[in-house]
Ligand binder design. Structure first.
Ligand code: PFF
Length: 484
């Protein structure tokens, strides 16, 4: 363990971890789900989810990594010694493998659109329907699809191949400032457009009637995805930290950066969408269909369109690096592989597993199970099942199994002053991690797998039995505690 690589500086870690968090989720998904769910009111709910569920789990993950100096499997094993919990770490590594395989497919589109922008392709797009047709023809072409998927994948492998300091940290230090500068330019351009006020109003003036149980669950699920939680990416990054780093402080910085970037992307996109009279609820096609029309009709659209897709590709790259690192770290720590061998072998395996996802939009589009293509199925499995499942167990593990007392001793290392100044924060952290986060994640999980509605029906029918069972459980637990 002595020769484990470490981050060169705290800022290096914060940039790399924010790079993992900031990705397609912020620039592609957050704006479109905000558009579909009514704008400002949705953002409000999302921010609450980020603070009460996201932040505590970010702290928990980084802490597990830093304490054990291990990948997710090794971290659970070292802290619990139990096979069950080690397997939970294994599910995290599996989730990393699967998410990387389809995430890079969308990242490939974004890289492909950099070339579309360079060719001046958006200037021919007059309407969203034309943009849609153009998009369909591109992703419908397996050569285009696989070509950009491959190039993007090679970039990801190259960075991870170089290691923690020279690859992940250096890469993030170069890419994250580029991302930030491009986003500021795009935001200023958006705000300066005539009619952009309507876009800003859409983002800041809440319409509470739009908030439904469904939109709250979407906000909570997205809080997880956007912070890279539930599969040990931040745990793995945390394992390259020394005990001197102030974890709560770094966690707050990561969460704030991720949130600010999502909001900036929202401003850049909706000001432009409203200024040109496009539909804000364009769904997943908001970027590729709505926004390309905006660029096609805007002065300077060539350069802004180009910048936008470079931004999207950069954001995706710093996230895909972290996904591959989880899988690589497992083989390096637990199986004794060298980093280079792990990157080459596992990178190739994930790449091969991603090919059917890339082909799901063309050659394999008709091969569906339950109406889902291969891409849809792996996306569903990872985002709706493995991530909430992993997040739930991470919160439960730190709060109840490893135990908050032990976790807090670790948390205070490097953050002594932080807690001396704000003692109440520890109490808040405890309550969130012990009760609020697991319960909320569990609800998202039930919703994701479609069980929430039927669970609701059951509760309605059997509520007396359920209340009685809970009361009996509380009595048994409190009696046992007294005996101890
Ligand atoms: N947080 C990334 C995004 O918002 O695009 C996605 C992601 C990256 C999820 C890494 C999970 C992960 F481990």
């Amino acid at each position: 363990m002595g020769n484990r690589e470490h981050w060169g500086s705290k800022i290096g870690f914060v940039l790399a971890a924010s790079g993992s968090a900031i990705g397609l989720g912020n620039i592609w998904k957050f704006p479109y789900i905000t558009g579909e769910n009514g704008g400002a009111a949705f953002i409000f709910v999302y921010l609450i989810c980020i603070v009460i569920v996201g932040l505590p789990v970010v702290v928990a993950e980084i802490l597990m990594g830093r304490t054990t100096q291990r990948n997710p499997v090794g971290a659970f094993k070292a802290l619990s010694g139990s096979k069950f919990w080690t397997a939970i770490g294994g599910l995290g590594v599996l989730a990393g493998f699967i998410i990387l395989s389809f995430y890079t497919v969308i990242a490939g589109w974004s890289l492909g659109y950099v070339f579309e922008a360079l060719k001046g392709g958006f200037s021919q797009l007059g309407t969203a329907a034309q943009a849609n047709e153009h998009f369909d023809s591109l992703v419908g072409d397996p050569t285009w699809m696989i070509g950009f998927y491959t190039v993007f994948f090679v970039f990801t492998m190259a960075v991870v191949f170089l290691g923690v300091k020279d690859g992940l940290e250096k890469g993030s230090k170069i890419l994250m400032p580029i991302l930030f500068i491009i986003l500021i330019i795009l935001m200023i351009k958006g705000i300066s457009l005539k009619g952009s006020g309507a876009g800003l109003a859409f983002l800041w003036k809440p319409d509470w009637s739009k908030i439904t149980g469904q939109s709250i669950l979407i906000a909570l699920g997205h809080a997880f995805f956007t912070l890279s939680l539930g599969m040990g990416a931040l745990m793995t990054y945390g394992s390259y930290l020394s005990k001197k780093t102030n974890v709560p402080n770094a966690a707050v910085q990561i969460v704030v950066l991720d949130t600010v970037i999502a909001l900036m992307a929202g401003i850049a996109i909706f000001t432009a969408v409203f200024a040109t009279g496009q539909d804000p609820a364009g769904g997943p096609g908001l970027i590729f269909n709505t926004l390309t029309v905006v660029f096609g009709n805007m002065t300077g659209g060539y350069i802004f369109g180009l910048l936008f897709f470079v931004l999207l590709s950069v954001a995706a790259l710093t996230s895909s690096m972290s996904l591959l690192e989880v899988v690589v770290a497992y083989f390096v720590d637990e199986r004794g592989w060298g980093r280079h061998r792990a990157v080459l072998v596992l990178g190739t395996l994930v790449y091969a597993f991603g090919l059917p996802s890339a082909l799901s939009f063309n050659l394999m589009a008709d091969m569906t199970i339950n109406d889902l293509t291969f891409f849809d199925s792996v996306d569903y499995l990872a985002s709706n099942i493995l991530l909430p499942f992993g997040g739930f167990f991470i919160a439960i593990f730190v709060a109840w199994i490893w135990g908050l007392d032990k976790a807090l001793i670790e948390l205070k290392k490097g953050a002594e002053k932080f807690f001396d100044n704000q003692p109440y924060l520890i109490k808040v952290f405890k309550i969130f991690l012990k009760y609020i986060s697991p319960v909320m994640i569990f609800i998202v999980f039930l919703h994701s797998v479609g069980l929430l509605e039927s669970a609701y029906e059951q509760i309605k029918n059997y509520w007396i039995i359920i209340v009685l069972a809970i009361v009996i459980l509380i009595i048994i637990v409190s009696r046992n505690r007294k005996k101890k």
